[in-house]
Design a protein around this ligand. Structure first.
Ligand code: ZN
Ligand code: ZN
Length: 181
């Protein structure tokens, strides 16, 4: 997810590059357990007046826990990127460009001084936004019984069939006898 855009930055507005992306993303975030590579059939980089517009549809599977039974669930996420990146250096003059007056130009969309455009931070943020709030291992997950802890997908609830403590049984018998007298 690193692209050297030194050449593209020197081309006319509207110039385009396409890339296929299929690699481990290397994104590190405690809330993202990434499974397999991040993939896109087409990452498009287009020279704009001020920088480079990146457009892509990306897919990444993340591992979450089912909110009902806590089993692992691998959730395929799809995110759409449409983000403009900005050079930190003017290739003609070699001088740093002052973007401080421009609200769009935040650190995560800065192309570095070696002209490397880095998608990691924007993709990380988009993946976090794409996480489902209530992941389920399957739509009809029956969850865990809050009383006996049985996983109701794989075993019956034990609440009903719990054997009565023999001591209570004896007491119940005694009560019965007493009430009958
Ligand atoms: Zn479940
Ligand atoms: Zn139960």
């Amino acid at each position: 997810m690193l692209y050297n855009v030194a050449k593209l930055l020197q081309e006319p507005i509207g110039s385009i590059r396409h890339y296929v992306l299929d690699e481990p993303s290397g994104i590190e975030d405690p809330d993202l357990v990434l499974i397999g590579p991040i993939h896109s059939d087409r990452v498009t980089l287009m020279r704009t007046q001020r920088g480079i517009l990146v457009t892509a549809v990306l897919t990444q599977t993340v591992r979450m826990q089912c909110v009902r039974c806590l089993a692992d669930v691998d959730v395929p996420l799809e995110i759409t990127l449409e983000e403009e990146y900005f050079p930190s250096i003017d290739l003609k003059t070699g001088l740093f460009i002052d973007w401080s007056h421009d609200e769009d130009v935040t650190p995560e969309v800065m192309i570095d001084e070696k002209h490397i455009l880095d998608l990691h931070e924007v993709v990380r943020q988009e993946l976090l936004l794409a996480l489902p709030l209530h992941p389920l291992c399957r739509p009809d997950c029956r969850g865990i019984c809050p009383n006996c802890g049985a996983d109701l997908n794989t075993e019956p609830c034990r609440c009903e069939e719990k054997p009565v403590d023999p001591r209570w049984e004896a007491l119940a018998k005694l009560k019965k006898t007493l009430s009958e007298e």
